[in-house]
Ligand binder design. Structure first.
Ligand SMILES: Cc1cc2nc3c(=O)[nH]c(=O)nc-3n(C[C@H](O)[C@H](O)[C@H](O)COP(=O)(O)OP(=O)(O)OC[C@H]3O[C@@H](n4cnc5c(N)ncnc54)[C@H](O)[C@@H]3O)c2cc1C
Length: 462
């Protein structure tokens, strides 16, 4: 279909709701890591739920595949079209209104194209917060967060976005709108259909709005930065801290030495002496008078072999430490050939997983491990840098071998091959390998129900 035909099909849209300019379109055809580059002849920027409903009807009638796109920060190639498949991009950036902030029952109704950070800033005006937080918050949209069931750095206290969704507005096959944006918390009226759309990566329909739970903003936050030479000591710290600080822990992040050393390439340098560091964020909800003293008292007599202990004194210092943690994915982009993973492993088996997988990889390659992640949620970005001796024509073979080693150990230790980033294009083959055939068949059956013409993000997940 050429550009003129596409323009005719979508003639019900205002001029500002689409673009045929190839430079604009091309910017939206490449994913954040630059690993997936596709093509498209039109990009749509609809401003209303009714416009999206019409788009879906037109696409079904004309067999045009739609790629839903939020902030395009996804890390599995889910938000970009494939090459030469006649796919069009539906970007949600114009659906960005906050429809209602409800301070009686602590909820917000928000359109899916709202940038996560914009929502967070707006809620701060009311001393409230939406707890989802991650390095991409300045670009990702809440619709993308829902479609990927995003986890982020505060999962340990608030769960993933799924646990904070009270209602959804979704447009699915035939342009049908499923709208349930009520702020009620209890609703046992048969199957809870909204759960199917959370984490569906744009394969079942377009999410246009949501009702989220919101929370009182803590009075202050402090970060404890700790170093240790072995991961078992970090895990003991986790176990101990969850008992003494309970739900005051709002983040528990792990970084290995290599993940911090690569920060030099983007101008972040500091003293690194230990093999592992962790960043623990503690939140003061109970108006404790001197929160730093309170924390120091609690950890004064613990019998753990930790070093390089720093406790932040103010928000500026918190930002400095978060910047270290959140800059790791940016620094990784500068490395030549890093094979990335987003696994989750039961904590009691985490050390064994790391040791065995490190050993196996190092036996086969001259590999360096860039390990970091939301360890408090079992989530490890276990990334393998094999840049040194690999020729470009060997990359595919190495990638497969490395993935086989990492994922077979993930399965062996009772983990998941995708903790929070999803499947997209990147992990499609791995999903086939590590998910049971029965589960995959049932997933495909659900896809058929909501997308009988296969127009929603084809070639992703399945
Ligand atoms: C520096 C950095 C740090 C990150 N940290 C984290 C982290 O801590 N935790 C985490 O979970 N992820 C993290 N991510 C990954 C990414 O930011 C999340 O997956 C995020 O939720 C994607 O949102 P987005 O708006 O960019 O979605 P996109 O990338 O645009 O899309 C992601 C998927 O959702 C679909 N989609 C988007 N909008 C809609 C919609 N309205 N309706 C239906 N489908 C839709 C797309 O088709 C695609 O399949 C990080 C990424 C970066 C670059």
């Amino acid at each position: 279909m050429n550009k003129e035909e596409l323009k005719n099909i979508f003639q019900f849209l205002e001029n500002s709701e689409y673009s045929l300019d190839q430079d604009i379109i091309n910017n939206h055809c490449i994913d954040w890591r630059g690993d997936f580059i596709g093509t498209s002849d039109i990009i749509l920027f609809p401003k209303s739920t009714s416009a999206i409903s019409k788009i879906i009807k037109a696409c079904e009638k004309n067999h045009i595949p739609i790629i839903p796109q939020g902030g395009n920060t996804g890390l599995v190639g889910g938000s970009v079209p494939r090459k030469d498949k006649g796919e069009i991009i539906l970007n949600l950036k114009n659906m960005n209104n906050i429809r209602k902030i409800n301070l009686t029952d602590n909820s917000v109704i928000i359109e899916s194209g709202c940038i996560l950070e914009d929502l967070k800033k707006k809620l701060q005006e009311h001393e409230m917060e939406f707890p989802l937080n991650m390095g991409s918050k300045g670009s990702c949209q809440v619709g993308g967060n829902i479609a990927t069931n995003a986890g982020g750095v505060n999962y340990i206290k608030y769960g993933s976005i799924r646990q904070n969704i009270l209602g959804l507005e979704v447009i699915t096959t035939s342009g049908e709108i499923i709208s349930n944006l009520s702020s009620i918390k209890k609703n046992n009226t048969g199957l809870d259909l909204k759960q199917i759309f959370i984490g569906s990566e744009g394969t079942l329909g377009i999410i246009t709005a949501a009702t989220f739970r919101i929370y009182k903003k803590p009075q202050e936050r402090c970060i404890l930065w700790l170093g240790s030479d072995c991961v078992s000591e970090i895990l003991k710290t986790y176990s101990y801290f969850t008992k003494i600080f309970c739900d005051q822990i709002s983040s528990f992040e792990l970084m290995n030495k290599k993940s911090l050393e690569i920060l030099k390439k983007i101008g972040i340098e500091f003293r690194i002496t230990k093999e592992y560091y962790c960043l623990i964020e503690l939140s003061n909800f109970q108006d404790i008078q001197n929160f730093q003293d309170y924390i120091m008292d609690k950890i004064a007599n613990i019998n753990l072999n930790l070093e390089d202990v720093i406790l932040t004194k103010n928000e500026q210092e918190n930002i400095k430490f978060w910047n270290i943690r959140e800059s790791i994915p940016l620094a990784e982009k500068k490395e030549n050939f890093v094979i990335k993973h987003d696994v989750s492993i039961p904590l009691e088996r985490m050390e064994q997983f790391i040791n065995e997988t490190d050993q196996k990889l190092k036996k086969n390659f001259s590999a360096e491990i860039i390990n970091f992640g939301h360890i408090g949620d079992n989530n490890l970005h276990y990334n393998v840098s094999v840049s040194k001796n690999i020729k470009p024509n060997e990359e595919k073979r190495v990638l497969k071998k490395v993935n086989d080693i990492v994922y077979s150990n993930t399965t062996k230790f009772g983990g998941s091959i995708s903790a929070e980033h999803g499947i997209g294009q990147l992990r499609k083959d791995d999903l086939k390998k590590y998910k049971s055939r029965f589960e995959l068949e049932k997933m495909k059956s659900i896809k058929k129900i909501f997308d009988p013409f296969d127009i929603f993000n084809p070639g992703k997940i399945f």
